[in-house]
Each structure stands twice: as C-alpha cells, then as structure tokens.
Write a protein that binds this ligand. Structure first.
Ligand SMILES: NC(=O)C1=CN([C@@H]2O[C@H](COP(=O)(O)OP(=O)(O)OC[C@H]3O[C@@H](n4cnc5c(N)ncnc54)[C@H](OP(=O)(O)O)[C@@H]3O)[C@@H](O)[C@H]2O)C=CC1
Ligand SMILES: N[C@@H](CC=O)C(=O)O
Length: 801
C-alpha cells in the first residue's frame, strides 16, 4: 500500500456504540486500500464533563465524585458492549480514570498551576477515547495500538491554546509512527511542553493534530468525520438552509476558520498548506454523502461562498484624537488573545470619529482604562453591546463590489441596516455588524442570495450558426426560479468572445466579429482554470476538430452537450473513452439531438433498455433534409433548388453533402446501434449515396454549383415513383446487427410516404413492441427543434446537480 490516509473521528462520530461500529466499518474499508492512521477526539460530551469537573470546588467532592464515576462507567461499559473487554484493556482504561481522580484531587497542582492542571484533566477525554477505540478495532481483527500525543506533540506553555513547536513535533511523530505495523489510534487535541506538562490545542484541536500527523507522515489523504454535511455556506444552527460546499481550497478554509467557521480548527491547514494532501470533511450521520473536498488548488468550477457569524462584540466611536491612545492600550501583550477578529479599528479621517469593534471579553478587560481615558478627555463613551458580525465571503468580490451593493439593497429591503460595514480592498469578504437577532436574519438572507446564485450554470457555446444561434436566443428567453444560465463564451470558426457576466444574442451580432481569434487550446485552458461552477461546453459546430476535444473538457470536470453526430461515430475506442472519462469525472455527456433533432429517440431507447426490453429492429426515416427534398420534388421543385433552400432553412448539415451522401443518416443509425451495445464502425454500414459519381471529388462550392446538372435525373426518378402512386423516401434499418440505408420507393399513402416537411419517423420493434412497433414521429431537423433539444439536455444536467 503506497498511500497513507488519516481518519479523524470527532466526538460525535464516536458518541455511542452504533457510531463506533460505523467508524470501525469506515476503518475496515479504508485499511483495505491505504495505510490507515486514526486520530480521535474525546467521546461526545466528555470534554464538557471534564471541564465541568475542573470547575467544581474540592469542597463539593460529592459532585466531583459523581462525574468521575460516570465517566469511568461510561467508557468501561462501552468497551464491554463493543466486545473489547479484555483484562488488559480494562486495566488501561481504569488506569486513566485513576490518573484523572489523582490529578483532580491534587491540591498543589490545582492552586499553583491551575491551567496546566486543567489541561491534564481535559487530556483524559482523548486518551480514554484512543484506548477504547484501539481496543475495539483490535477485537474486530484490525490490530491497533493507542498513541498518546503528549509524548510527541511538543508545544509552548500556553495552556488551553498551546502553540506547536513544529520541527521537533514532526520529528517525534515521524519517529513514533513511521514504522508502526499496527493501526495507530492517536489522541487529538493534546501535546506537552518541553517540561512534559500536558497542554491542549484549543477547540477542535484534534483536526490540527491530524494535520500535524499528515505532515509528519507525508499522508495523501485525510478524512475528518464530524456531525455536519461538510463545510457549509453557514452554520446550520443559525442558517437552517445552509448548503454544503463541494470544494474548497486551503486558502478558503483557512480564511473561513479564522473568521469563525467552526467546522475545523483555524490552524489545521498550517502544517499541510504546501502539500498535495486532500482533506474530505464528512458527516458520520450520513456516511453515504461525499462532504467537502479541500485541497491546495481550487478545484475546477469550485466557487467559494460562505457566511460566518462571530461575536458578541462591543462597538463604540471616539473622536479620532483619542484613537491612537486606545490603540496603544490594545497593544498590551497581556491582553486575552481574542482571535484574529478580536478587534478592529476604522479611521477614515481626522475629522470623522474612529470606530472600534472588540470582543466583549476584551472590552471587559479594558473597560476601566478606557473609561478613564474618556473621562480625561471629557468624552462620554457610549458603547453598544452584544453585537454580532456577519462575515460574507465570495470570490465575486475579487471582481467587483456589485455583490456588496446587492446584498446591502436586499437587507435594506428587509429593514436591516448594519451598524457598521467593513470591507478591505482586495479581500474576498466583508462584514456587517448587527444586534444578535438582526445578525441571524441577515445571515439567512445573505445565504439565500449566495445559494440562489449557485443555481447558475455557466455555458460556453461553440458554433453560433443555425442551431447555436437559435440556442443563444432560447437561453436569453429562458426564465426559471431554479436555474439561471450565464453564457461565458461563444465562438465561431474565426472569433471567440468572453464575458464572465454573460453573453447574449445581441453580442453575437454586434461583438463576436471583434473578439479574439479562435484558439482551441486557449479556450480549453480558460474553461479549465475558470472559477465557474457547473460549466457546460456546448458544441454546435459540426467540426471534427472540436469533436476531438471532448475528452479534454470532460477531464476538466466540464459537461459536454452536443447536437453534432461526430464524436459518437468516430472509432469505437473514442466512443468508449468519452463514457469512461465522463463517469470518472462525474460529469455528463449528452447528445439527444444526434438522432431526430428534438425528438426523444435516444432517451426512449435507453429507457426501454434500462427497463429490460430488448430492441429487435429500428427502422424508418431519420433525415429531415431528405424528407424535405423528396417532398419538394413531389411539388415540382428542382433537386438543386431544394438542396439550397434546405440549407437556408437550417435543415441541412453545415456541408449538405453529408446529408446527400447518406453519411448523416449513417451516423444516426451507428449512434443508435452503439446505444444498443453493438460494436460497429462506419465502414460496417451499407449506405446508398445520392452524390452523383462525377461530382464526388469536387469541393463544396463547385459541387453545389454543378448539382443542377442532375435535376433531370431526380425529376425522372420521382415521376416514375408517382406513376405507381408511390414516392421516394430515404430510409434506414438496423436489424440483426446490420445497418442498411438508401432510397426506397414507397406507396404515397403509407406512413413513411405521408411524411411532410422535415418529418422523421422511427419504428422501434422490441420484445415488448414486437407486433405493433413504438413509433416516434415529428419534425426531425431545423434550428428551432434542435436548439430546443439541446436546451433540454442542458436542463437535464442542471437538474442532476
Ligand atoms: N440543423 C439541424 O437541423 C441539426 C443540426 N445538428 C447538428 O448541429 C451542428 C450545427 O449545425 P448547424 O447549426 O446547422 O450548422 P451551421 O453551419 O449553421 O453552424 C456551424 C457553426 O459552427 C462554427 N464552426 C464550424 N467549425 C468550427 C470550428 N472549428 N471552431 C469553431 N467554430 C466552428 C461555424 O462558424 P463559421 O460560421 O465561422 O464557419 C458556425 O458558427 C452540426 O453538428 C449538425 O449536425 C443536429 C441536429 C439537427
Ligand atoms: N441534416 C440533418 C439535421 C438533423 O440531424 C437532417 O436533415 O436530418
């Protein structure tokens, strides 16, 4: 096993026997594929009990004894229930609770080194959890050993929030763990000073421990098992509608946790910031969900958006003249460390009051000297208490302040006016200060704003001819509450136009010709690097060059939708590769319009197959252009004239010879055959071409010019059919693994003979429809129906998200 994976189980993931069993299952699965190292927190509720214990005065020994007894009993009975109750395991657990009792009643430690004493008490939670879980794993044939990190994680003596000594810690952890041949179950949250006094790393410190271990072992992947779906757009206790964020970068999560996001410890990223480690935050209540993936670089299409609410804060204003003196007060090293957003000061000019925001507890420490300062200057210090900061993060702020304006307008409409707006240039967040209840409402409204934007699908449209041009129009007109489209780029064979804020039909007419030269490598690069989510690449070009690029888009996590029949009818290996890529990357490749334009032919066949039907025969007319040509011939229009009008009307292929040669119909039947699982190539099909032999070698323009030389031939052909009350139709049939395509003379009153306009009709004979075939009939070519079919494919992808 070349990979090392760290699994960190938070307290809720080990809260009771069923959760511990689930965690064992996770370890079992994981250890099949990678070297597995476990980091555990204290079992849910234990740290709180230990903290309560540390706050009980020894004079209330009864109360303390009750907690001590309950903790011991809770752990030992879990051990018994989970089948890990060997004599040795019991002894180890009991030794820990003996130690807890001894430390708790150590009066000297309590009074002289209170903070160290408290950290020692708290450490029992993680240590007991590690012993318990290692015992259970060993009992389940997963040989494991508890590892207590006070021996290896070295810190300074800031008890309660100790700072790591990185080099030494890395060395000691590496030495202890590198060659362990059992699964290490390691205590999170705890370390020790150089003098071997136990320290703790602060709330959620186990994540930090897991990252230290990941760094020491050069781990490949880390999973943080917790009680929420992953990293959400907001704390679900404040914002019930908060959504999970699929991807985040290290930078994103570091910024979020520094501003109050509780899901992981703010320092977690520090040790692994430069590594290729991937971190997945997962929910123990919903192990089937994939949670949030965090990695060094932004995942393609990932968009960062979130809200945190921090506080409570005090807010006050003073004349600018007093601001410097207050700042000096805040500089004292002995003040409580209230985190990176502990206080902030805004000074706009010397004529405007300076604004101070500081954590309640910081203000409480400074209240006296502050009031004293104010009195000296004869100023009445009026403070607003218990305010909360709503911090909004979004990548969009890198581009413009529009989001800030929109959010403020939204809040304003709801009657919410922040006490203070704080925005730093070049940062991805801004904060608003409100009283508690208003902060909660504001957070919910902002979340809605950020989420509704996440319904947006970004589109790059290649090819803006008959189908692409109409599609752009349909997208412009499309209105829905659930989905919004943003066409970030369009191109034709010569020019490409980009606009992150969206392109429209009018841009096609006015701007495209002024765009950059079309460069496919550049387009791929830009779409791959772009900070969009749910990007769809639409190919409406009919170009072989473009159809060959689909694997690159799929690889970059971009969905592909196309009416072009090329990619599905290149060599079989290409066809297979597209499906493998799409499935590996979790993206879609959709092409319903490849056969019958807007008619639901491919999806119907797949539905039949999926429900267990067996297709016996597919036959009929699937070329709108051919039906149109023969109908025009029936009316006396010349063949060459009909071809030219079919192109103008947007029925014919970009090169109409593809229709006349039968290639278009052949590609459609080959696509259907491959949907049925048949492994055929274009050469395997029997196709009758309508291209006269003498014109075969000509280029497109000369071919169209000389086509009229054969008008007489087609007139005679049609007249002959008419003399028998018949007409001509270009039909195809797939039966017994063979495809035959060509012109047939059919009775005028037959279903195929009756087709009008660009009519298509496909008959599906299957096990269930053996006697009476299922028939799909309707217009099978044209810009409107095809563009609508493409839009349907796009919508299906948005619904899958
Ligand atoms: N028309 C229909 O009824 C149906 C069409 N389809 C398929 O839809 C696709 C488009 O057909 P349609 O709209 O009729 O064709 P058009 O000829 O009207 O439009 C083709 C568009 O693609 C552009 N293009 C061609 N090659 C490239 C390239 N290498 N790079 C960038 N852009 C390129 C063209 O640009 P430029 O103008 O610069 O050449 C043009 O904008 C075809 O694959 C066709 O088979 C599928 C079902 C029905
Ligand atoms: N040229 C094609 C367009 C649709 O696939 C046809 O005429 O059927």
């Amino acid at each position: 096993m070349s990979q090392t994976h760290i699994l960190k189980f938070g307290g809720t993931s080990l809260q009771d026997a069923s959760f511990i069993n689930r965690a064992v299952q996770v370890v079992k699965e994981k250890s099949k594929e990678a070297r597995t190292v476990i980091v555990v927190s204290a079992i849910s509720g234990v740290t709180e009990r230990l903290l309560a214990l540390s706050n009980i005065s020894p004079s209330k020994a009864d109360k303390a004894n009750k907690i001590l007894k309950e903790l011991r009993k809770g752990h030992t009975s879990l051990l018994t229930r989970l089948g890990g109750s060997t004599k040795e395991n019991f002894e180890q657990l009991n030794a820990l609770f003996d130690e807890l009792r001894a430390v708790y009643f150590n009066e000297d430690l309590r009074t002289e080194k209170h903070k160290a004493w408290r950290d020692h008490i708290l450490s029992i939670g993680e240590r007991a959890s590690a012993h318990l879980f290692a015992s259970v794993l060993s009992a389940r044939q997963l040989p494991s050993v508890p590892v207590e990190t006070q021996h290896y994680v070295k810190t300074d003596n800031t008890f309660g929030e100790a700072n790591i000594i990185p080099g030494l810690t890395r060395e000691l952890l590496n030495e202890a763990l590198q060659s362990l041949d059992k699964i290490a179950v390691i205590t999170g949250f705890i370390g020790s000073t150089q003098q071997h006094e136990i320290t703790t790393l602060g709330r959620s410190g186990s994540d930090y421990t897991a990252a230290l271990i990941a760094d020491a072992l050069n781990a490949d992947h880390m999973e943080i098992w917790t009680d929420v779906d992953g990293v959400l757009t907001a704390d679900p206790k404040i914002v019930p509608e908060a959504r999970n964020l699929e991807y985040l970068s290290f930078e994103d999560i570091a910024e979020l946790s520094a501003h109050g996001a509780k899901v992981i410890h703010p320092k977690t990223i520090n040790p692994v910031r430069k590594s290729d480690l991937t971190i997945r935050v997962r929910n123990s209540y919903k192990p089937e969900q994939s949670g949030t993936l965090i990695r060094r670089e932004h995942q393609t299409n990932g968009e960062f958006r979130s809200i945190t609410v921090t506080g409570p804060f005090i807010y006050f204003e003073v004349p600018d003249s007093l601001a410097s003196e207050i700042s000096r007060l805040l500089d004292q090293p002995e003040l409580p460390d209230s985190g990176s957003d502990g206080f902030s000061i805004s000074r706009t000019s010397r004529f405007e009051p300076a604004q101070f925001v500081m954590k309640n507890e910081l203000y409480d420490t400074l209240e006296k000297p502050l009031q004293e300062l104010a009195r000296r200057e004869d100023i009445e210090l009026s403070v607003s208490r218990d305010l909360f900061r709503v911090n909004t993060f979004t990548n969009k702020l890198k581009e413009s302040d529009r989001a800030v304006t929109q959010i403020l307008q939204l809040l304003h409409r709801k009657g919410l006016r922040p006490r203070r707006i704080h925005r730093e240039n070049n940062r991805r967040y801004f904060s608003l200060l409100f009283p508690e209840e208003q902060a909660r409402r504001a957070a919910n409204l902002i979340n809605e704003y950020l989420i509704s934007d996440s319904n947006r699908t970004d589109i790059f449209l290649a090819g803006v001819g008959a189908v692409g041009g109409k599609l752009l129009e349909l997208i412009d007109e499309f209105e829905s509450k659930e989905v919004s489209f943003n066409v970030v780029g369009i191109c034709n064979s010569t020019h490409t136009l980009w606009n992150n804020r969206g392109l429209h039909k009018r841009d096609l007419e006015e701007q495209l010709a002024k765009g950059n030269e079309t460069d496919w490598q550049e387009i791929i690069q830009k779409l791959t690097d772009g900070d969009w989510h749910h990007t769809i690449f639409v190919d409406a070009t009919g170009s072989e060059e473009v159809a060959r690029l689909y694997p690159d888009f799929l690889e970059a996590g971009i969905h592909v939708v196309t009416p072009s029949k090329l990619a599905n009818t290149f060599e079989q290996s290409y066809y297979d590769r597209l499906r493998e890529k799409a499935s590996a990357k979790g993206v879609s490749f959709r092409y319903e319009t490849n056969v019958g334009a807007g008619l639901p032919i491919i999806s119907t066949i797949n539905d039949l197959l999926e429900s267990g039907d067996k297709i016996l025969e597919l036959s009929g007319v699937v070329s709108g252009t051919m039906t149109y040509l023969f109908n025009e011939l029936e009316k006396g229009v010349s063949f060459s004239e009909a071809v030219s009008v079919a192109k103008q009307k947007g029925y014919a292929e970009p090169d109409p010879r593809d229709d006349l040669s039968g290639e278009d119909v052949a590609r459609k039947f080959l696509t259907l055959a491959r949907e049925l699982g048949l492994q055929l190539e274009m050469e395997d099909l029997q196709v009758e071409s309508l291209i006269p032999e003498p014109l075969k070698e000509l280029d497109r323009e000369s071919f169209l010019e000389r086509l009229s030389e054969f008008d007489e031939y087609w007139k005679e052909h049609m007249d002959e059919a008419a003399s028998k009350d018949e007409t001509l139709r270009y039909t195809g049939k797939l039966k017994d693994g063979k495809i035959t395509i060509g012109v047939e003379s059919l009775p005028l009153n037959s279903p195929l003979g009756q087709l009008k306009g660009t009519g298509n009709m496909l008959r599906i004979f299957s096990s269930r429809y053996a006697e009476t075939p299922m028939i799909i009939q309707g217009a099978g070519a044209g810009r409107e129906v095809t563009a609508a079919g493409v839009l349907n494919d796009i919508l299906k992808i948005t619904k899958e998200q």
